[in-house]
Design a protein around this ligand. Structure first.
Ligand code: ZN
Length: 436
């Protein structure tokens, strides 16, 4: 008995102190950019100081960046030299990640989590099995409108599931399709609930009947289940997939940036060739089974796909192609629709969140991005293609948790859905005009 107790004690102690060790001494900073020149400098600092952007800054609005201990001095010195305003956001990232774990654990004990997917709770971030159970439950309970597709297994063998919602069994070829996905970047946990919330609003609690009747829907909540689960078990700030077959170094440095792995100007900008980098694009386009699932959905349905949206975080932005900064022929139209979505989200938002802006992907981020999903979808023929960077509260005091407190999940889902209502209706009108 004593041995068992001792063992438990040791396990508990290691469990409590063994997590997030790699982030001891890491800091994050608010950064404010005031000009194009500063934006350019900031871009060079990203590479030079291996900056990890948590919340994208735009000119005139603060963002948040994460800096490793060994680069903090250089970062502060160079930012000062260029007159870039910065101040501490979090002095000890590990401590805040530990706090996040505590919140999550509290919810795990108190809430409806692990209820076999019925209903899906929005009071906390759910692990992959809970989300998959929910999708299966929806498919079984509402077979007339919802069908679950087991598209493939992830690199580590987890199912990658998506759901097709249709009142006409996907057989009416005149109907436009709307596609939503999340969970491409593992740590961006908040990118998943707006997708499952859309399922909820199209199947369990329908208030916009036109959206259900008028469109077929494809919803893929978690593109990258391995990476997502890895953020619960191993590394909260993990971004990539978990494959280890891309490169000799891949066994040491796992994974590929799923949103740099698409076959459109692959590996040309906004990437880093080192497999240890967070923006490693893989050994070739579509090297990852996770991105091949998205590719196959797009190729199969592009002829009637009216709208493509991929959710990411953070930054309160709706972004459209191209990732090079060039504008495609219908950029004005995409800008109008993105702005209309932003406006309605702002109307339903809360003071803690920054206002949404609409703009071109590279111009807004100040950074070219090759091999991304939004460009791939647009190039394939989806007429309206967006990345939505969800909001992060810019609260200067009383910050305890680090990555979006679960108390905001419901708000993000509700306000995002309001934006989706507008975006979907506009996409439907656009599709009708195009096919007249
Ligand atoms: Zn992302």
């Amino acid at each position: 008995m004593f041995v068992i107790r001792l063992f438990l004690f040791v396990v508990l102690v290691f469990d409590a102190y063994g997590k997030h060790e790699e982030y001891i001494g890491w800091k994050s900073y608010y950064v404010e950019l005031k000009s194009e020149t500063q934006l350019k400098t900031f871009k060079s600092l990203i590479t030079k100081c291996e900056i990890d952007v948590l919340v994208h800054p735009i000119i005139g609005r603060e963002g948040i960046v994460i800096v490793k201990p060994e680069n903090q001095k250089t970062f502060e010195k160079e930012a000062k030299a260029e007159d870039i305003a910065f101040r501490i956001h979090v002095n000890d990232i590990k401590r805040h990640l530990d706090y996040d774990d505590k919140i999550l654990e509290r919810h795990r004990r108190n809430s409806m989590t692990k209820t076999n997917g019925r209903p899906l709770p929005y009071d906390s971030y759910q692990e992959i099995d809970v989300i998959n159970d929910y999708l299966d439950y929806i498919g079984e309970t509402y077979p007339n409108v919802a069908k679950v597709v087991d598209a493939a297994n992830s690199f580590e063998g987890r199912p990658i599931k998506y759901i097709k919602i249709s009142t006409t069994n996907f057989e009416d070829e005149t109907k436009p399709i709307i596609y939503l996905d999340g969970g491409s970047h593992a740590r961006e946990r908040i990118s998943i609930p707006p997708v499952t919330w859309a399922i909820h609003k199209l199947v369990e609690n329908v208030t916009e009947h036109d959206l259900l009747e008028r469109f077929d829907w494809i919803l893929l909540p978690v593109i990258n289940p391995d990476g997502y689960q890895f953020t619960f078990t191993t590394n909260r700030l993990w971004r990539k997939t978990c494959s280890n077959d891309q490169h000799l170094l891949s066994t040491v440095c796992l994974g590929v940036d799923a949103n740099r792995n698409y076959d459109f100007y692959w590996n040309t900008a906004g990437v880093n060739d080192s497999p240890c980098s967070d923006t490693y694009p893989g050994s070739k386009p579509f090297s990852e089974v996770e991105t091949r699932v998205v590719r196959d959905i797009l190729q199969e349905n592009v002829h009637r796909m009216a709208l493509y949206i991929s959710f990411h975080s953070f930054g309160s932005m709706i972004l459209y192609p191209w990732g090079s900064g060039n504008l495609p022929p219908n950029a004005v139209e995409m800008h109008d629709i993105a702005s209309a979505m932003a406006e309605v989200i702002n109307k339903h938002s809360i003071p803690d969140f920054p206002r949404y802006y609409a703009g071109n992907l590279a111009l807004m981020l100040g950074n070219e991005v090759s091999g991304n999903a939004e460009d791939y979808a647009y190039n394939l023929g989806v007429p309206l293609s967006f990345t939505v960077n969800l909001p992060y509260p810019i609260v200067t005091n009383s910050l305890e948790g680090y990555l979006l407190d679960p108390k905001y999940i419901g708000q993000v889902c509700r306000e995002t859905w309001e934006g989706l209502i507008v975006g979907a209706r506009k996409a439907g009108d656009h599709f009708k005009d195009k096919n007249r």
